[in-house]
Design a protein around this ligand. Structure first.
Ligand code: ZN
Length: 221
């Protein structure tokens, strides 16, 4: 059994850890070595002109032909970001279509935009699972998304005792959970340990369930 880091920007390999490294369209990635998977997406912060975005999306599509590129993203919507929101919606919608075409899930970046994200999922009749990366919503938001094709990935927020997403984490069934280090300078093992403590569970149970989730959602068994 391995620890699974569903979303990281760091390349370094670690023994006993399966990583899904996030890269941007056009960035190079290594051949598969048994534990290095990738997610490729056009981040809402990096949305540019429609012409430039089209080029990036073509590069993304090229990457999705590789089997160890497991998902599209991180991509999504970010209201406070400095990029044009209408173009964000356009670029995100295109990536949803790619996810459906390649039957690969989406890793979602959402800041103050969950209603719009939901609207796009419904509007596009998307069937692929969407993983809310760095989920920091409350229990009510988790409930709102549960059963609508969403999963939830938790990282550094688990160390923040006052965070509203701790309640969300406690309330979610294990079948809908992943863990991530993102940009954080800590090991995925430490995040699992903290998570096991919060859920009052044996870490081995957590490892087994997340591995099953990974196989079901990202590798489709
Ligand atoms: Zn990230």
């Amino acid at each position: 059994m391995a620890f699974i880091d569903i979303h990281t920007h760091k390349e370094a390999r670690e023994e006993g850890v399966i990583k899904v490294q996030n890269i941007f369209p056009g960035e190079g990635f290594a051949a598969f070595s048994g534990c290095n998977y990738y997610s490729v997406g056009l981040h809402p912060w990096h949305v540019k002109s429609p012409e430039e975005n089209k080029k990036e999306l073509a590069l993304l599509e090229n990457a999705l032909f590789f089997e160890h590129v497991l998902s599209v993203g991180e991509c999504g919507l970010d209201k406070p970001a400095n990029t044009d929101f209408k173009e964000q919606v356009e670029v995100f919608s295109e990536q949803v279509e790619l996810s459906e075409k390649f039957k690969k899930p989406v890793v979602i970046h959402s800041v103050k935009a969950i209603d719009e994200i939901l609207k796009i999922r419904v509007g596009k009749k998307a069937q692929q699972p969407w993983v809310m990366h760095g989920f920091n919503g409350n229990a009510q938001m988790a409930k709102q998304l549960l059963g609508k094709g969403f999963l939830f990935s938790f990282g550094g927020v688990l160390f923040n005792e006052g965070a509203k997403s701790i309640e969300a984490f406690k309330s979610l069934p294990l079948e809908y959970i992943f863990f991530e280090t993102d940009e954080l300078d800590c090991s995925i093992e430490d995040i699992y340990k903290k998570a096991a403590e919060i859920k009052e569970l044996d870490i081995y149970l957590l490892k087994a369930q997340v591995e099953e989730n990974f196989n079901n959602i990202f590798k489709k068994g």
